[in-house]
Design a protein around this ligand. Sequence first.
Ligand SMILES: C[S@@+](CC[C@H](N)C(=O)[O-])C[C@H]1O[C@@H](n2cnc3c(N)ncnc32)[C@H](O)[C@@H]1O
Length: 274
Amino acid sequence: MATMTRRSGSQQGFEQLLEYIGEHLDFESGFYNDAYMDRRITARMRRTDTDSYRAYRRLLERDDGEREELLDSLSINVTGFFRNPDAWDGLRSVLRDLTGQNRQVDVWSAPSADGREPYSVAMLALDDPEIDADRIDILGTDINHEILRTARAGVYETSKTTDIADELEPLSEIEPYVDRDGNAFAVRDGVKDMVSFEQHDLIRGDPKGTFDLILCRNLLIYIDSAYKVPIFETIEGSLRDGGHLMIGMTETIPTEMRDTFEAADKQHRIYRKR
Ligand SMILES: C[S@@+](CC[C@H](N)C(=O)[O-])C[C@H]1O[C@@H](n2cnc3c(N)ncnc32)[C@H](O)[C@@H]1O
């Protein structure tokens, strides 16, 4: 579909538009696959009634607001508490096992987006009597500084598109973990104390520490295949031997890395470093 759109438009116009975005919008369009970029751009073109890539580029050149809108729609920051709830059953078992070994357990959520993923790990640990939350430390990292500000604040709003109470459904109760004021849900200190946030680029950044469990979910789907291996090298370098990696439900381990990771719980996309 994306190719068809480009053929009926202009390949050259599309490439020039990507070049413009790379140079003027502080966005590394080259990291993301063309189909993804095309979907987001054509959606903005529909919203602005623009009928060619060239015309859209001219619109970006003259309209600051549209540059902001496009950046917003490109920042792929969709996330949620307990995203894909079934997968969290797999994670629950891993956390029970790890904390049962009577030692410190280090968890890395990368990318963390606005923090709802690492906070979900903390809430799950506090909520499950068989997980020893006192032994768990969680780091959340993302490339996007702005989104990390939201993560640190830890306040989320129910809106037309997001139902926070619904997202928190996997917990036995929510009151111990969030302070609810109408549509606003503020993560409580007991949860926040388990999580810290830092900016980090999974493609160009160095490995970070030695973790027992890494969650790298729902970034690979947008990334051009050339950049998947660097991401997995960062992960491999940050995971202790035998450590666990969880990826997104629609994601796979790149062929080049299949000797490094073996399936621990295939159904929930959990792997173990050999
Ligand atoms: C769709 S969200 C996924 C968040 C969460 N893991 C989840 O599954 O809900 C993708 C996030 O990746 C971040 N991101 C994009 N490129 C990145 C990179 N090179 N390094 C680290 N984070 C990146 C984006 O800022 C965005 O917050």
